[in-house]
Design a protein around this ligand. Structure first.
Ligand SMILES: Cc1cc2nc3c(=O)[nH]c(=O)nc-3n(C[C@H](O)[C@H](O)[C@H](O)COP(=O)(O)OP(=O)(O)OC[C@H]3O[C@@H](n4cnc5c(N)ncnc54)[C@H](O)[C@@H]3O)c2cc1C
Length: 475
């Protein structure tokens, strides 16, 4: 522990022990092992939405199903934590993906040529989509929704069939509200840099052929392969928790925050004990951060509250293999909104990660709710499970009862990067700049994936260290 000219303790406190808070703490102690860091987590277990439950040999994921290797962040973290042995890449069988159309699961075309023969679009829809390279690049002064972008470039039919499920699969969001630039920066860049999606794909293939893409993670972030761990994402939460040791305190919700003028911050815990710190990182969902800072920074609170969340529910089902007719030969399926289901889609977990189901069984993970059906998350568990089984039953040929099942509900599930998101984040940053030593991190700001959270945690850790350095703190 170090000291400052004023003699205050130099502790860094991180509120929230989800992947964002844990990754921030890990990076801080990796860079400065003697730094006095504490993570205060409300729940009795680490990881936030990331983590798994083992039920009768099934690894049911509470939140993320895995992370992609198209960027190195989580892979590198796993390596630093000694998790190489536990790493589990998705099986090759998971490459195929399905979309629902008129009660049938149809394979997603893997390229423009396959699109020609796919029954997913009508002839008119196909011609309009294939005219994409001839659509003019848009003047990008004004932010556009994903749906507007897709309709403009590919036509209404392709927008609904392909981009609606894309937004659902990542954000459980509404494509007419989700902003292209903040939510899908790569798509935005494809048009800006190459004039269109197909042109960008061709350029990518060409540069690959030239060998410009060296072995290892794709710096431009291609599709990537999904990874998890032997016992599920829980392995990552547990390894981070073990690395932090006594620096991570569980079941200690922070109930109140106070500013100590020029000396840092105070966290008031449920038992009214106080933890003081020079620097404070809020790694909690934005609405929770808003509640905590509201009493002394209403402007910051207001900006944080402007970031909306979509509720989402996850229904995990384990079946005997013989009770599911469908070959489950792929990653899973997504249902465009106009197909009339409340189920957003289902993942064939045991095809992706065969280790996550006992022999002779299959594991499915079904999502419901989202920005366009917020009421679904409020349904009683049994009703929710019955609803998704009723909807996916005929599609997958489900027979009989599942041998294991579990429902997870998140009323504030996934932050929505709606049009204007970047401006909202800049407003948050503006108010934060007036509160030295206060930082925010988490999935609400610059990316919702596990990779994004790990990367952002590292970036915020650097900012904290810079702040501590500027304070002439001697660690
Ligand atoms: C259903 C679902 C599926 C997903 N699937 C994927 C996927 O397959 N791949 C992928 O990359 N990403 C996926 N994501 C996204 C990703 O999992 C999340 O964005 C990420 O886990 C969020 O981490 P976080 O630490 O920012 O927030 P959280 O996990 O929400 O953690 C915040 C923590 O703060 C704690 N907290 C709150 N208030 C207080 C308080 N007052 N005091 C102390 N602690 C407090 C909470 O208990 C929690 O542990 C999914 C998300 C969901 C919900």
């Amino acid at each position: 522990m170090g000291s400052t000219a004023s003699g205050a303790r130099t502790t860094v406190v991180i509120v929230g022990g989800g992947i964002s808070g844990l990754a921030t703490a890990h990076r801080l102690i990796a860079k400065r092992p003697t730094l006095d860091v504490q993570v205060l987590e409300a729940a009795p277990r680490p990881g936030g939405t990331l983590g798994s439950d083992l039920e009768l040999g099934f690894a049911f994921e509470r939140g993320p199903n895995g992370f992609l290797d198209n960027v190195p962040h989580t892979l590198k973290l796993a390596e630093e934590l000694g998790l190489q042995e536990s790493l589990l890449p998705a099986s090759g069988a998971a490459r195929k993906r399905y979309l629902l159309k008129q009660g049938r699961l149809i394979a997603l075309p893997l390229g423009p040529l396959q699109l020609l023969t796919s029954p997913l679009l009508s002839v008119v829809g196909k011609l309009r989509a294939l005219a994409e390279p001839f659509r003019a690049r848009r003047d990008s002064r004004y932010e556009e929704s994903v749906a507007a972008f897709a309709r403009r470039r590919l036509g209404a039919e392709a927008a609904t069939m392909f981009f609606d499920p894309l937004v659902t699969g990542i954000y459980a969001g509404d494509p007419d509200r989700i902003g292209l630039e903040a939510a899908f920066p790569r798509l935005h860049a494809m048009e800006r840099e190459h004039g269109g999606l197909l042109r960008a794909m061709v350029a990518r293939v060409r540069s690959r052929r030239k060998g410009a893409m060296a072995a290892g993670p794709d710096p431009k972030g291609g599709a990537g392969r999904l990874h998890s761990f032997r016992r599920g994402m829980e392995d990552l939460a547990q390894a981070l928790s073990a690395r932090l040791g006594g620096r991570l305190r569980l079941a200690v919700p922070v109930e109140e925050l106070r500013v100590r003028k020029g000396e840092g911050y105070e966290c008031v815990l449920r038992d009214r004990s106080v933890v003081r710190s020079r620097a404070l990182v809020l790694a909690v969902p934005a609405p929770r951060a808003a509640n905590l800072v509201g009493p002394w920074s209403p402007d910051l609170a207001l900006s944080l509250e402007e970031i909306p969340y979509a509720p989402v529910a996850v229904v995990c089902l384990g079946f005997r293999r013989e009770d599911v007719e469908h070959p489950l030969d792929g990653f899973g399926f997504l249902a465009p909104r106009n197909q009339g289901l409340r189920t957003l889609g289902a993942i064939f977990v045991s095809t992706i990660f065969p280790d996550h189901a006992p022999p002779g069984h299959v594991s499915l993970r079904v999502m419901a709710g989202g920005a366009r059906d917020p009421e679904a998350v409020g349904l009683p568990e049994l009703e929710l499970e019955a609803l998704v089984r009723r909807e996916i039953g005929p599609l997958l040929g489900l027979r009989g009862e599942p041998v294991a099942h579990k429902v997870y509900r998140y009323p504030q599930g996934i932050p929505q990067y709606n049009v204007g998101h970047s401006k909202r984040v800049r407003r948050v940053e503006g108010w934060l700049s007036q509160l030295p030593g206060l930082f925010v991190t988490g999935n609400a700001y610059r990316g919702v994936s596990v990779n994004d959270c790990v990367f952002e945690g590292g970036r915020v850790a650097e900012e904290v260290l810079k702040f501590m350095g500027d304070q002439r703190v001697v660690a």
